[in-house]
Design a protein around this ligand. Sequence first.
Ligand code: HEC
Ligand code: HEC
Length: 336
Amino acid sequence: MRIEGRKWTTLISAALLCWVFPLVAASTPANGESPNTQISAAEAWAFPQVPPPDPHAPKTDPARIIHVAGSTRSYTQAQLDVEHFVPDWFPQDHLAAPSIVTVDRHPGWPWPCAECHMVNGAGVPATAQIMGLPKAYILEQIAAFRHGQRGASAPRTTQDMADEARSVSDDDLRLAADYFAQLKFVPHTRVVETASVPKTHWKYFVQVPDQDGAREPIGERIVEVPVSFDDYQYNNDRTRYIAYVPPGSIARGAVIAASGTGAAAACESCHGAKLQGTDLIPPLAGRSPTYIARELILFRTGQRSNPEAAPMRLEASQLTVNDMIAVAAYAGSRKP
Ligand code: HEC
Ligand code: HEC
């Protein structure tokens, strides 16, 4: 997650042009399969995109010293540019991390978990917040990634996580799962209802407001932007986000969470009254609304196909995109 085609972005940029859109079905497929099992064009906002590197982007100075607000540490641009290097801006924020979390095992996979999930597990909207997830759930999901039950034909980013899961050793995995499960979850997203949003473009897996400050109607989507793109690009694990959602989403989501909608059961009946989760049912409160909505779409399309996901596949098949946005907005706005 760094500027101009480095790091995570470097590898992926090769595959990026065929990345999201082959998955997007503009209309009902010829085989008569329900469009509900396809990712629709109206859902593309939930799937991170990486435009090709800008050939006119100004060159960065390798000797430049980089700081982020509140940290006493600094790194040179050259250090940050080393492939799979992970900065640790706030060591006081987390336990001592096992090497699989922070240190590259080159060549090839596995990569340090922190490259995509941050040292403290805060993640970014394109990956997942994994700080404080129950250990049993982390292990179960890694097994799903390993068995092609999560990420088989899903977005490129999910396939990267599957490559990671297949290459990490069981010992390292246990250490990583222990570590992330012990961290306290700290939400970093503010959910804001609004009819009009900044116009944005995709930059390295995240949406960024356009320079000219133009605005546009939000329509039916979530637009989640980092408060500071510099924080994001320097892997600052205290990066904060704003998730813009359509007006009325939070109240509508609260009703779905508490009472369900149509044939969909109340989320709280399984995820808990505070959406805090249990051992094998993950927490939803305070997590990225974009992540929550994306996962709901992936349950509906069957791309999360491990047996434990069966109740969620049923649940998601009963929700419209609008319901998903509403319930994701509500869950994201709740204090964990
Ligand atoms: C190359 C980037 C990358 C690396 C490295 C990476 N992950 Fe992930 N991880 C992802 C992405 C992307 C997702 C979300 C996939 C999706 O949305 O379907 C994810 C999802 C997960 C999830 C599922 C979270 C949930 O709530 O269901 C877990 C658990 C996880 N990663 C653990 C790890 C661990 C442990 C490591 C290190 C051993 C690691 N990841 C390394 C990219 C990565
Ligand atoms: C019948 C029980 C049940 C109900 C009702 C339910 N869930 Fe779930 N949910 C689960 C289980 C179990 C999982 C874990 C799936 C797995 O292990 O792969 C899960 C996982 C999820 C995830 C994935 C989170 C992650 O970390 O990747 C999301 C998002 C989610 N649920 C949202 C919802 C929403 C929103 C509702 C209400 C509209 C809801 N769930 C209702 C049982 C339920």
